[in-house]
Design a protein around this ligand. Structure first.
Ligand code: FES
Length: 577
C-alpha cells in the first residue's frame, strides 16, 4: 500500500488529459469548452466521475438522476469538477435471465469507465441488488479514491392498513392466492400498494444487505445506507459524498487503504447481526478477492457462530427499513455490537469506524435488539458441506421452520426450472411435507446466471393443506426478501457435474444444521455409476457476452467472478496520444 497525498494540480491523474500544453490536451479541453465549461471550471481541480446506474426501467434508482445533481453540487462546493457517466442499471425484477449474469459486466464497465476517462476519484451510485457489488468490484480493481452512494430503501408498502414488505409479502400473499384465500381483486390491490415510492426493496433483502455491508466496510458515509430514498436526508447525504470525494482525491484515500481483512470481518459480522441476504456471501467473497483478501465461505460460518441476529427486520423479523432508520439505522446497530467490531478500520471519512459511530444509539429497542436479547442466538447464515455439496452450500436458519434444521427425507428431483414449475402445480404429485424438493441446473452456468429460483414454490397440493414451509435444495440463489427452509448455492453446481446432478427422486437426503452437514444417502459405487452415465448438457450460448460469461464464470463458493478479473494485478494506465 502506498500513500501519495497530492498537493498540486500537476499530480492529478486528469492533468494528463487536461493540463498539458500539447495538441491532445487542446483537443480534450476544446471539447469541454464545447460542453459549455470554461477553463476555470476544471483547471487544477479533481475530476470526479459519478458512475450512475439510473435508468427509466429501474424504479429502485428512479431518484438517482436528480440525486446526481446533488452529488455534483457537493463536488463543486469542494472545488472539484463532476462528470456523470451512465452505467448499466440492472433492475432486479426486470433483467433476464438474471441480473447476476450482468454483475461482472457492470464491474467491468465501472472499471473501464474510470480508467479510460480523465477521472481522479469516483462517486458510485447504486443500490438495487447487483449494482452495489458490481460498482464496488470495478472501483476496487481500478484503485482510484471512491465513495459509494446508496440509493436507499423505498417507503414501507401498505394494503388495507397492513404494512407490506417487498418480495416477502408478495410470496406470502401469492401462496394465499394459490390456496384460494384471496382473489384477483385483493391481489391487484396488493400489486398497487407494495412499492409506494422510488428506492430499493425495503426489507432486509439483498439490496439493503449490500448497502449496509458497503457502509460497514467503510466505503460510504456513516448512516448513509439506512436513509429512506425519499427522505430529505438523502440528497443532503449525496452532496456530502460529492464534497468528500474531492477531499479523498487530495488525500489519496484509495480502496486498498480501507478494504483490509479486518474491514471484511466487520462487514460479515454486521451481515450476521442484520440477518442479511444469503446472496451477500457470493458478493462479499468476490469483492474481497478483488481487494486481495483471502475470504471463503467457511469464514462466514465461523462468524455466524459468534454473532446473534439483533435486527428485527423482515424476512427474519417483523419491521421494515423505514423503522430501522427511525431506530437509529446501521450506526446504532454497529454501536450496539461495537465490542464485536474492529473500530480502528479507516473509512471514506478519513476517520475510523469507531469515530463514525461514537455518538449513535438505539432509539427503538424492539427494532434493534440488544446483544443480550437477540432475535436469534447465532447462525444467521450457515454453511453446510457433505457429499452433496463438497464445496459448500448455504442456508438461513432464522428464516426457516425449526423442524427442518435436523431432517431426513426423500427427494423429489427436478431436472430444471420448467420441470419443477409444471410438477408443483400437479394435484396428484406424490409429495408430503417431509419430502425434500431438489432443483438442478439453477447455478451460475446451468441456469444460466444463477437466478433466484432457490425458494421453490411449495407444491399446490400442500399449499391447499396449509403447508407453508418445506426443505428445498438447489444450486440457485434465493431473493434476500425470501424465507423458508431453502438450501442454496450448492457447489459445484449440477450443470458442471456436481453431485446434485445425480440425485434421483426417492433418494434420501439428511440435513443437520448444528453439525453443518448435508448428506445424500446413496453409496459411492452407485454415485459413480450415475456419474459415468451422465452426459454434460449442451452450452447455452454460442456467441456474444453469454459465451464469454459461460467460459469464465466461477462457482458460487468463489464469488462468481470472471477468472480474468480476479486478483489485484493492476491494468496499465492508458497511453494518451
Ligand atoms: Fe431493486 Fe429489490 S428490486 S432492490
Amino acid at each position: 500500500m502506498t500513500t501519495n497525498k497530492k498537493t498540486s494540480p500537476e499530480e492529478l491523474r486528469s492533468y494528463r488529459w487536461l493540463g498539458k500544453n500539447d495538441l491532445r490536451s487542446f483537443g480534450h479541453r476544446s471539447r469541454l469548452q464545447q460542453l459549455g465549461y470554461g477553463r476555470d471550471d476544471w483547471v487544477g481541480k479533481p475530476v470526479i466521475g459519478i458512475v450512475n446506474t439510473w435508468s427509466d426501467i429501474n424504479a429502485c434508482h428512479g431518484h438517482l438522476r436528480s440525486r446526481a445533481e446533488d452529488v455534483k453540487r457537493g463536488v463543486y462546493q469542494a472545488g472539484g469538477f463532476p462528470i456523470e457517466l451512465p452505467a448499466m442499471s440492472l433492475a432486479e425484477p426486470i433483467v433476464k435471465p438474471s441480473t447476476m449474469m450482468y454483475r461482472n459486466f457492470l464491474a467491468m464497465e465501472c472499471e473501464e469507465f474510470l480508467r479510460s476517462h480523465p477521472i481522479d476519484g469516483a462517486v458510485l451510485m447504486g443500490g438495487c441488488d447487483k449494482t452495489t457489488p458490481g460498482l464496488i468490484m470495478g472501483a476496487i480493481s481500478m484503485g482510484l479514491p471512491a465513495i459509494y452512494v446508496p440509493a436507499g430503501p423505498m417507503l414501507r408498502g401498505n394494503w388495507r392498513g397492513n404494512a407490506l414488505g417487498s418480495g416477502s409479502d408478495a410470496w406470502k400473499y401469492w401462496d394465499e392466492k394459490r390456496a384460494g384465500r384471496i382473489g384477483d381483486a385483493e391481489w391487484n390491490e396488493i400489486e398497487g400498494g407494495i412499492a409506494r415510492s422510488f428506492g430499493t426493496c425495503m426489507v432486509m433483502g439483498t439490496a439493503a444487505t449490500m448497502m449496509a455491508i458497503t457502509e460497514a466496510l467503510g466505503l460510504s458515509l456513516p448512516g448513509a445506507s439506512s436513509i429512506p430514498a425519499p427522505d430529505a436526508s438523502h440528497p443532503r447525504m449525496c452532496a456530502a459524498a460529492g464534497r468528500r470525494a474531492v477531499e479523498m482525491v487530495w488525500e489519496d484515500l484509495t480502496p486498498d487503504k480501507i478494504l483490509t481483512p479486518a474491514a471484511f470481518d466487520n462487514a460479515i459480522r454486521v451481515h450476521m447481526a442484520l440477518g442479511g441476504s444469503t446472496n451477500a456471501i457470493i458478493h462479499v467473497i468476490a469483492m474481497a478477492r478483488r481487494a486481495g483478501v483471502a475470504l471463503n465461505m467457511q469464514r462466514f460460518d465461523e462468524i455466524s457462530r459468534q454473532v446473534p441476529v439483533i435486527a428485527n427486520i423482515t424476512p427474519s423479523g417483523k419491521y421494515l427499513m423505514e423503522d430501522f432508520y427511525f431506530a437509529g439505522g446501521l450506526r446504532a446497530l454497529m454501536s450496539e455490537m461495537k465490542g464485536m467490531l474492529d473500530l480502528n478500520c479507516i473509512t471514506v471519512t478519513g476517520r475510523t469506524l469507531g469515530e463514525n459511530i461514537a455518538d449513535s444509539k438505539v432509539h427503538i429497542p424492539d427494532v434493534i435488539h440488544g446483544l443480550d436479547k437477540p432475535l436469534y442466538p447465532e447462525g444467521a447464515t450457515v454453511v453446510l458441506t457433505g457429499n452433496l455439496a463438497p464445496r459448500g452450500c448455504v442456508m438461513k436458519p432464522a428464516a426457516a421452520e425449526e423442524r427442518f434444521l435436523k431432517h431426513r427425507g426423500k427427494a423429489i428431483a427436478f431436472e430444471n426450472y420448467d420441470h419443477m414449475a409444471r410438477e408443483v402445480e400437479r394435484d396428484d404429485l406424490d409429495v408430503t411435507p417431509d419430502h425434500i424438493l431438489v432443483l438442478k441446473n439453477g447455478g451460475p452456468k446451468g441456469a444460466p446466471g444463477m437466478p433466484e429460483w432457490g425458494q421453490l414454490p411449495i407444491p399446490k397440493k400442500l399449499i391447499k393443506a396449509g403447508v407453508r414451509d418445506m426443505l428445498r435444495i438447489s444450486d440457485a440463489r434465493m431473493s434476500g426478501t425470501s424465507y423458508g427452509a431453502c438450501i442454496l448455492h450448492v457447489a459445484p453446481e449440477s450443470y458442471v457435474g456436481g453431485p446434485l446432478a445425480f440425485v434421483h427422486t426417492g433418494d434420501e437426503i439428511e440435513i443437520d444444521v448444528a453439525a453443518r452437514k448435508i448428506h445424500l444417502h446413496v453409496g459411492d459405487e452407485e454415485l459413480s455409476r450415475r456419474r459415468a452415465a451422465w452426459t454434460p448438457p449442451p452450452p447455452h450460448f454460442l456467441r456474444g457476452y453469454g459465451a464469454m460469461y459461460s467460459q469464465h464464470i466461477g462457482q458460487a463458493d468463489e464469488g462468481c467472478d470472471f477468472d480474468f478479473l480476479e486478483g489485484q494485478a493492476r491494468t496499465a494506465e492508458p497511453e494518451i496520444h
